[in-house]
Every structure is written in structure tokens, then in C-alpha cells.
Ligand binder design. Structure first.
Ligand code: NMX
Ligand code: MLT
Length: 437
């Protein structure tokens, strides 16, 4: 058994009595009421999910295992010659709550290398899809195709399913998938946009470095990949991709069924596709200007035109956050400290939108949070390093998001969380509750 799996087994054994005690002795303790607005309005704010992997404070933003993004970057072992940590070290931290040593990190690096080969049948599936399929449809299909190799599903169908040990099979599936998602993303990119040319993995590189290598983009894109995958990994459990993954896994569907569902949710424009939409919106705006430098007034008008046509301003607003997303700030700081990027016209325009859009959204008066989210910044960096095919950006989000979703469903099985099945009511019942019928 790998060291990570052993440490995880220990953590699970320590944690289980806490969950058991809460369920056995305190099941009736209330966490709040549910009102009609929440029942109709997307369950906003209802506390009915549990995770220890990350927590989102509306004002502070995300903490992974109790650590802010800067604290996470500071704490984890770094790739030699890079100021960014190993994604593999972060995986260890998400799963166990501990910061791994360099030795433990390198064990995961090695483990993922052994698991990273894309099966030929996945390549066949990708190649059979129409080349103009959306890259998220390709990515989701590739994940779903791998279900045939699920260790969890095999154990279940062999009749050896055991509630106490099934997390181990989930862990195997999660590790196998995590190791392959970077190479699959790079394969889709080069098949679809780079003339179907492919670059073999470099066995000397870590996950982030190898992704940059297989994309065919030189340093510092390896650091961009590491930063990007880590900051996009998790946003507690209620967001659409994490929740969809958790929901599907709660039926004891395996990790491939579950994360393919998560990816399908991430592909929505109100969720992960917003990073594509931000670039589309910005490029459209620039092309209307015909090369002229935008003025603040011109930008305000474009934002109002978008709102008045009933569209949302992509990259702005959030269901939970009530301040600028620290993931936005992390990427903005990367731009500001990177020679070339800080004076890049597209970055300057995105910065100008940051100056103007919150005021426009506040005046518009609908969005509860007028500040930018993660998606408002991520595309600029990709564009600068040559990834100009913005429909690909959500695949990058999906590779990162797998870290959180897969760590979560491994723990779901370890703690035996039940099949998800909230209760629905009719409109008439709501009217009666409201006293209007
Ligand atoms: N532009 C225009 N209107 C907005 C925006 C925005 N950026 N954000 C919220 N609103 C509207 C929203 O559509 C709703 O209108 P209505 O009452 O007509 O339905 C109203 O403001 C209240 O919505 P909120 O309660 O502030 O936001 P909610 O929790 O419903 O939705 C988002 C959260 C993120 C879906 C929403 O802010 C949005 O659509 N933002 C733009 C898309 C985006 O950037 N999504 C990415 C989120 C991050 N991610 O990666 O997933
Ligand atoms: C996310 O990262 O999942 C988004 O910010 C959306 C959310 O948290 O609801």
C-alpha cells in the first residue's frame, strides 16, 4: 500500500467516530430553516452538505484544509527551480489534511506516472467524435469511457462490496483518473487545435510540468498549470460540479460516472464556461473598437448594453462570495509580476473591467456580489501563453476541479454518506405554506 493510502486509512479511522457520534446522538440538532425563496431559488444557503476538504467564507474566500491560497502555496513542497508547489503535494494535502514531506510528494509523483498512460480506447473514442464537438463534451466522454476500468464497479459487481473498505476502490479510481486527466486534456487540445500533432509525456516531469510539455508550451506555462490546477480544485461542496459529482457518487456510481457528471455541470455558462464567455465578451468588445484603445465610457456602455440585452456580465458575481474572489487576485498578481503580461493590452482591458464593472453592476442593482470571480482573470493568462482557443479553458478548470471532487467522493465513501434524496413539494403546497391558498 502506498504511503498516501496508509496515511489516509489512518485519518479515516480517526475521523469515523466523529461522524458516527453526530449521526447517532445529534441527528435532530437543527442547522436552520428552509424558506420558499431557497426552495425555488437553487437551495442557496441551505446547510445540507458536509466536507472538510475546503470551506468558502463569503468575505475571505476559499480555504483548502484550513489554508488560504497564499498559505497553501507557501506550505507545500516546491518543484525544483519553481516557486510553485507540486500538484501532487496538494492532492496529498486535500486527501489527508497534512502537508506532505518532499519524500512523500515524490512518491505520489511516481505513483501518478505509473497510472498516467491514456488507454488506446479513450483515444479511439476521442477521435470518433466530430472534431467540432465542444472540448468539454470530448473531455466528459473520455472520462465516461474509462468507466470500464473502474476498480470500484468491479468490486461491486463481484459481490465483494464492503461499506468500510469501499473507499479504497474509490481512491484507486480517483488516483487513476487524476493521473490521466492532464494527458487527456493535452491530447484533446493538440488533436483539435494543433493539427492533430501529439507530444509524448516526459517521464522526468511532475504533473503540472508534464501538462505544459504535452501542450507544447514552454516555461513559465508549467507554473501557470500548477497554479491554475490548484486554485480551481475545490470551492466547498455546493457548487454545481462538486455537488453533481457528490450526488451521482451517492448512488454508489463509481468515480468515472460521477466526475463525468461533474464535468457536464462545469460546462454550463453560469459555472465553469464563464471563463470562455469572459474572453468571448472581451474579444467582441475589442473587435467593435477596431483596434482603438477603449475608454472608460466605451466600456461602461458595452457593460450596460450586455445587461440591457438580458445577459449576465461573465466573470462577475457569485452565489456565496461577497468580495473579490482570491482566485482572481492570485491570477492578477501573477500577471502583475510577470514581465510582458503586466503590460499586455488584454490584461490592461481586464483590469479596466475590474475598475468599471463593479460600479455598473451595483448601479444595475441585481447581483448580490458585484465583484469578479475566478473566471474573469483566467483566460487572459492562457491567451498570453498562446492558448487562444477559449472554448478549451473550461477543460483546464475541469482538470483542476477533479482534485477536489475526487478527494471528496473518496471521503464520502470512507464516511458512508447516504444516497442524496432531498424532498420536493408542489407549488400548491408552497402557496398554502405562504397562506395565499
Ligand atoms: N451580471 C448580470 N446579472 C447578474 C450577475 C452578473 N454577473 N450576477 C448575478 N446577476 C443577477 C442574477 O442573474 C439574478 O438576476 P434575476 O433576479 O433576474 O434572476 C440577480 O442578479 C441575483 O443573483 P445573485 O443572487 O447575485 O447570484 P446567483 O447566486 O443567482 O448566481 C452566478 C451566481 C455566479 C451564477 C451569477 O453571479 C452569474 O450569472 N455570474 C456571471 C456568470 C459567471 O461569472 N459565472 C462563474 C461563477 C464562478 N464559476 O466559475 O463557477
Ligand atoms: C466554483 O469554483 O465552483 C465557483 O466559484 C462556483 C461556486 O462556488 O458556486
Amino acid at each position: 500500500m502506498s504511503t498516501l493510502k496508509q496515511v489516509l486509512a489512518q485519518k479515516i479511522a480517526e475521523h469515523r467516530p466523529r461522524t458516527t457520534k453526530l449521526v447517532k446522538e445529534f441527528s435532530d440538532v437543527s442547522l436552520g430553516e428552509v424558506n420558499i425563496g431557497q426552495a425555488i431559488g437553487g437551495a442557496r444557503g441551505i446547510k445540507c452538505l458536509v466536507t472538510d476538504i475546503s470551506y468558502l467564507d463569503p468575505m475571505e474566500g476559499i480555504r483548502f484544509r484550513g489554508k488560504t491560497i497564499p498559505e497553501t502555496f507557501e506550505a507545500l513542497p516546491k518543484v525544483p527551480g519553481s516557486e510553485y508547489p507540486y500538484v501532487e503535494a496538494f492532492w496529498w494535502m486535500l486527501l489527508t489534511g497534512d502537508v506532505p514531506t518532499m519524500e512523500q510528494t515524490l512518491e505520489v509523483v511516481e505513483d501518478w506516472k505509473q497510472r498516467a498512460q491514456i488507454p488506446q480506447y479513450v483515444i479511439d473514442v476521442l477521435r470518433a467524435l466530430p472534431r467540432d464537438s465542444h472540448p468539454m463534451a470530448m473531455f466528459s466522454s473520455a472520462i465516461l469511457a474509462m468507466q470500464r476500468d473502474s476498480v470500484f464497479a468491479k468490486t461491486y459487481s463481484s459481490g465483494k462490496f464492503n461499506k468500510m473498505t469501499c473507499w479504497e476502490d474509490m481512491y484507486e479510481d480517483a488516483s487513476n483518473m487524476m493521473a490521466k486527466l492532464g494527458p487527456i486534456g493535452a491530447y484533446i487540445y493538440r488533436m483539435k487545435y494543433m493539427g492533430d500533432t501529439h507530444i509524448a509525456a516526459d517521464p522526468d516531469l511532475d504533473m503540472g510540468g508534464n501538462f505544459a510539455h504535452m501542450m507544447g508550451i514552454p516555461a513559465p506555462y508549467d507554473n501557470v498549470a500548477r497554479m491554475y490546477f490548484i486554485i480551481h480544485s475545490d470551492h466547498e461542496s455546493g457548487n454545481v460540479s462538486a455537488h453533481a459529482t457528490h450526488l451521482v457518487a451517492s448512488a454508489l456510481s463509481d468515480a468515472y460516472y460521477a466526475y463525468s457528471a461533474g464535468i457536464n455541470g462545469l460546462a454550463g455558462p453560469l459555472h465553469g464556461l464563464a471563463n470562455e464567455e469572459v474572453l468571448r465578451w472581451t474579444q467582441n468588445f475589442m473587435s467593435h473598437l477596431g483596434g482603438e484603445v477603449p475608454t472608460e465610457e466605451g466600456l461602461k456602455k458595452a457593460l450596460w448594453d450586455t445587461l440591457n440585452s438580458g445577459q449576465v456580465i461573465p466573470g462577475y458575481g457569485h452565489a456565496v462570495l461577497r468580495k473579490t474572489d482570491p482566485r482572481y487576485t492570485t491570477q492578477r498578481e501573477f500577471c502583475l509580476k510577470t514581465e510582458g503580461l503586466k503590460d499586455y493590452p488584454l490584461f490592461k482591458l481586464v483590469s479596466m473591467i475590474f475598475e468599471v464593472a463593479p460600479g455598473v453592476l451595483t448601479e444595475h442593482g441585481k447581483a448580490k456580489n458585484p465583484w469578479p470571480n475566478v473566471d474573469a482573470q483566467s483566460g487572459v493568462i492562457q491567451w498570453y501563453y498562446g492558448v487562444t482557443q477559449y472554448e478549451f479553458y473550461t477543460v483546464l478548470f475541469g482538470i483542476g476541479r477533479a482534485l477536489g471532487c475526487l478527494a471528496n467522493i473518496t471521503w464520502d465513501r470512507a464516511l458512508g454518506y447516504g444516497i442524496e434524496r432531498p424532498k420536493s413539494v408542489t407549488t400548491e403546497m408552497l402557496e398554502k405554506a405562504a397562506g395565499i391558498k
